[in-house]
Ligand binder design. Sequence first.
Ligand code: DAH
Length: 352
Amino acid sequence: MNNIEKLRSEILAQIAQASDLKALDAVRVAALGKSGSVSALMKTLGTMNPDERKTQGPLLNALKDEVTSHIAARESVLQESALVAQLAQESVDITLPARPQQNGTIHPISQTINELVRIFAAMGFTIAQGPDIEDDWHNFTALNFPPGHPAREMQDTFFLKDGGHLLRTHTSSVQIRYMEQNKPPIRTICFGRTYRSDWDMTHTPMFHQMECLMIDTNVTMAHLKGCLQDFVRAFFGIADLPVRFRPSFFPFVEPGAEVDIGYIKNGDAIALGRAANPADQKWMEVLGAGMVHPNVLKNCGIDPDVFQGFAFGTGLERLAMLKYGIPDLRTFFESDVRWLGHYGFSPLDAAA
Ligand code: DAH
């Protein structure tokens, strides 16, 4: 009895004096741990006779409960003060200036695509897509390049090792995929990566093209000319930009044309536009175009006696370089953040 009383006041005093959670835990182990003082007393119950045990048992249990609840109460007091101390130490200086934010930019190719989408959406065109890895049918055969045709050699194709696939050399393959899935009237454009084994100042093995396709019962070369002229004038923002068609050959169109826009040379600099004196007018090629070949329509299950239409294709890097004065094609794909900071666009710049 004396022993219990003494132990009780000792332990309760230790609990009250524990100044932090670590010290409190040491008190807990010393009292209630496996070889703690209270546990040692509990063990003596087994050696007592039944009468002793009847009186000592409840006293020891009460001691254990009391110690346990004092420890819990002290623990929450100590936790609270530890938190208060931590908060005081970690106070935030809200007068510090905020860290500068780095804004990303829109790549000139993405910007160019956004601008073209707006121009063609206003003319009623929708957007189609196709895969970068193509088969021979969609990249060549259906586009009226028969097997062994020399025009296949014009494009330095990357073939896959499986023998059946290749990296598309142009987005004209998407025309075929679109006409296989959709019947006229068709008015669609497509943007995408294209691949050719080529590498110099003006050629990279991966570049981007845009393709345009319009098929209906009454589409003529005049529609092609009007559409192209409106498009380049809107894109470059030059109302009287001269546009010229030259006869050319692509297997998937008949007749086929290359399309030039006019520029003027001022020393080393060039400016797109109409020359005051026709003798000073220079031309540069920006597009391939033509009336879709009847064989191409047939290959897609469209009757060429009922339907006809036009198609054209162009390189996006070329358009971006001309519009934004970017001198070197290869810099488009170097992912240099300084270049992107200079030529990139703010995400908040709405397309033209
Ligand atoms: N596919 C051609 C190329 O990559 C471009 C082209 C020419 C697309 C004439 C057309 C077209 O749709 O009618 O060089």
